[in-house]
Design a protein around this ligand. Structure first.
Ligand code: FES
Length: 571
């Protein structure tokens, strides 16, 4: 058997090897330490991450596969982030989860790792960690929940919360009916079933090559998930033998494949920051502009909420990711391999579309050009992103008067004020929501529309923010404005009444204020006072070292890889 990394702990007759083996021999036989690969199962199961609560069962199937292939599986609970519960925003903790997982993989005697994720930040943080450690790694996405229905109509989780709550605010749905829908939304185990961030990142992880081909998108409650988890355990042992590390799989070509997939599925804008952060860990050249350059000519083929009609269970039934990718296979890098060692494109030939309403053929796309547009201008010198597919046609080119909010508290306090000077043409601006300013870059950019405009029938307005938007949301929302207001970005200088010009076709976002006047402006004290200024703990470290959204919002000292070597012993 080849020398394993774990043998640095277990091989030999000295006192240290004795200690390492002895404490592990609670159920493990002596031959567990004969040089066979030890596979960590980085497990984000947690009762407080309801989307991942089933992952212990998935881990058991992975374990069986690892044993069957001659390896030793080891459950490694890692930091888990429940999107709906964690305050002030799960994104604040993504880098912490990535750092903690990276360090625990490096610190422990493991030779490879199976990454179990699901809810929004869990797959990104696991991939960031694995990329930095450089051990062979493979992802098992936990899968979406089954479709829930209310009054005979499917409910898309997330998306329909926004829609129904707006209906309540507009007075077209009773509070009682709204409350009743709550128990129908989450039908089964699994993550959100819209094309939100969790669904997106599971599918994108497979397009990157980091998932057993054909697995991503399998519903959490489907028995095929456990079968694939078993196979993934077997694969992890093979990957250690081949030393197939993340750096071997994740090339620039794989990231560009992921961008093509992201566009074709109409995936979440959050994938931009996550993919940039993962690429940053590997030193793979990837910029925000790659998303526009590579993605914007890709047709939108998947008709899923939030922008469309169907849900993840429908996508799986209709043929899944491979059926989508087969339609755009000419746009994929044929050399980009997967965790199996074979190219992604090799798996697409037999894929078929079984429901052409859910997955549209290339010749009949939902939109000829999907993807994510990156805007520049004097309001976003380092860029901002917008998802044209989720925007309203009549707002793609727009000039409107800014109504500015310094924080989400300010916005909530005033947005429904009948005296707020706002109309349907106004541009709502929310700042102080970037990585440093909030801190953590929350999903607040899709701010609610003023009640008085909702009651007039207005359903979309241009919104501009340095924060993020939930992948389950929709609307003409310009987000990730970089630099953010709290990092000296010109967004801090906008005043209510200024005109903002959005031109998505021209990729522009500008403040219509003369340059000499803008140069003389400084942020209002109230604007600065709203920025976070934490004095201790992770938040302080985060605010001082986090980078901007246009490069992935990772901490500056976490970019790059450190490998898996640890030379010093603790005793
Ligand atoms: Fe977990 Fe949506 S809340 S995926």
């Amino acid at each position: 058997m080849p020398e394993q990394r774990s043998s640095q702990w277990y091989a030999g007759d000295d006192r240290n090897a004795y200690i390492h083996r002895a404490w592990m021999r609670r159920g493990l036989p002596a031959h567990a330490f004969d040089g066979r690969p030890h596979i960590a199962i980085a497990n984000t199961a947690s009762d407080l991450t309801p989307c991942n609560a089933h992952l212990n069962e998935v881990a058991e199937s992975v374990k069986q596969g690892v044993y069957e292939a001659g390896g030793i599986p080891l459950n490694l609970p890692v930091v888990s982030l429940g999107e709906t519960l964690v305050r002030p925003t799960a994104m604040l903790w993504r880098n912490m989860a990535a750092m903690a997982t990276e360090e625990m993989l490096r610190a422990n005697p493991v030779d490879g790792v199976v990454l179990l994720g699901g809810c929004d930040k869990t797959i990104p943080s696991l991939l960031m960690a694995a990329s930095s450690v450089g051990l062979p790694a493979v992802v098992v996405p936990g899968g979406p929940m089954l479709t829930g229905t209310f009054r005979g109509v499917p409910l898309g989780c997330g998306t329909d919360v926004w829609r129904l709550s707006e209906e309540v605010r507009a007075g077209t749905l009773s509070q009682e009916a709204f409350t009743k829908s709550e128990s129908s939304m989450i039908r089964s185990r699994g993550h959100c079933n819209t094309m939100g961030t969790a669904s997106t990142m599971g599918l994108v992880a497979e397009a990157l090559g980091m998932v057993l081909p054909g697995l991503a998108g399998t519903p959490a409650a489907d028995s095929r998930l456990l079968e694939a988890a078993h196979d993934t355990g077997r694969l992890a042992v093979e990957m250690v033998a081949e030393q197939r590390t993340p750096a071997a799989v994740l090339t620039r070509g794989s990231f560009l494949n992921a961008i093509v997939a992201l566009a074709a599925i109409g995936g979440s804008t959050n994938a931009v920051v996550h993919l940039l952060a993962i690429a940053g860990r590997l030193g793979v050249e990837l910029s925000q502009d790659d998303f526009d350059r590579t993605g914007s000519d890709v047709p939108l083929l998947v008709d899923l909420q939030p922008a469309g009609r169907f849900l993840m269970e429908d996508l799986f039934r209709a043929g899944g990711l491979h059926a989508v990718l087969r339609e755009v296979s000419d746009l994929l890098d044929p050399t980009a391999i997967t965790v199996t060692g074979k190219p992604l494109v090799d798996y697409l030939d037999t894929a078929e579309i079984w429901d052409r309403e859910v997955i549209r053929p290339r010749a009949d796309p939902l939109l000829p050009h999907a993807g994510i547009a990156v805007l520049y201008g004097n309001l976003a010198p380092d860029g901002a992103v917008v998802k044209p597919a989720a925007a309203s046609e009549h707002l793609l080119q727009h000039r409107g008067r800014a109504v500015v909010f310094d924080s989400i508290e300010d916005m909530h306090a005033r947005i429904d004020d009948p005296d707020l000077d706002v109309d349907a043409d106004s541009v709502l601006v929310l700042r102080g929501c970037g990585p440093k300013g909030y801190p953590g870059m929350p999903e607040v950019a899709n701010m609610p529309l003023p009640r008085k405009l909702l009651q007039q029938g207005v359903r979309d307005m241009v919104r501009v923010c340095d924060g993020r938007m939930s992948g389950t949301a929709y609307g003409t929302v310009v987000l990730h404005v970089s630099p953010e207001a709290a990092a000296g970005g010109p967004l801090a200088l906008v005043r209510t009444g200024d005109f903002i010009v959005l031109d998505i076709e021209a990729r522009r976002l500008d403040l219509d204020v003369p340059g000499d006047e803008l140069a003389l402006r400084t942020p209002d004290p109230a604007t600065v006072a709203a920025f976070a200024n934490p004095q201790r703990g992770w938040e302080r470290l985060y605010v001082r070292t986090v980078q901007q959204a246009n490069t992935g919002a990772d901490l500056d000292f976490l970019t790059g890889a450190s490998g898996s070597d640890v030379s010093r012993e603790s005793h």
